[in-house]
Design a protein around this ligand. Structure first.
Ligand code: AMP
Length: 191
């Protein structure tokens, strides 16, 4: 099974991707985690991405496409994978289509975790204030991350709807309820 999870920052993509990866025994590919690891290791990509991430902007498409292109060829992806945080722009989605077509594979589903953005902002601000948030959760970065999502990532909903792979779950439920809704959406998607 090959999936994409879509949703604004704070919607719970990372949490749901980790749960689904456990349940389905497929790889969890979080581009945010990969960039944070590259940053901690001070690799050239990590150092280049650091400032961009702190502003809440997007790392250039060519960098992200190269990372994903290498990653999906790793052996743990043979069974399938969940993309968490990629694609985030139309050019990334188009590149992903080409990457998959070159390997004679495709996406089974794109699941959108739909949330109320006002409630979301409140959630992330609280997380940042409590000191539990990541560095890129600073309040002034949040508005930018949400703006970037609206402008650059939200158009992917239409992109994938037109390809007939789009599913939606209500992200304003408990973690367990969202997980159950994902299972239901995916049963529909794969039968
Ligand atoms: P995330 O943990 O998915 O919210 O990602 C954290 C940050 O990493 C984002 O705010 C971006 O700066 C960067 N990032 C992660 N994935 C991508 C991507 N696919 N394209 C561009 N930037 C990304």
């Amino acid at each position: 099974m090959r999936l994409v999870l879509l949703g604004p920052p704070g919607a719970g993509k990372g949490t749901q991707a980790a749960l689904l990866s456990d349940r389905c025994k497929i790889a969890h590919l979080s581009t945010g985690d990969m960039l944070r690891a590259a940053r901690a290791a001070k690799t050239p990509v990590g150092l280049r991405a650091a400032e961009i991430m702190d502003r809440g902007d997007l790392v250039p498409d060519d960098v992200m496409i190269a990372i994903i292109s290498d990653r999906i060829d790793e052996p743990d992806c043979a069974n399938g994978f969940i993309l968490d945080g990629f694609p985030r722009t139309i050019p990334q989605a188009e590149a992903l289509e080409r990457l998959l077509a070159d390997r004679n594979i495709g996406l089974d589903a794109v699941v959108r975790i739909a949330v109320d953005e006002a409630i979301l902002l409140d959630r992330i601000v609280k997380r940042a204030e409590s000191g539990e948030g990541r560095a890129d959760d600073k309040a002034e970065t949040l508005k930018n991350r949400l703006d970037v999502f609206r402008k650059q990532t939200a158009p992917l909903i239409e992109f994938y709807s037109s390809r007939g792979v789009m599913r939606e779950v209500d992200g304003m439920q408990s973690i367990e309820e969202v997980a159950a809704s994902m299972d239901k959406a995916l049963r529909v998607a794969t039968t």
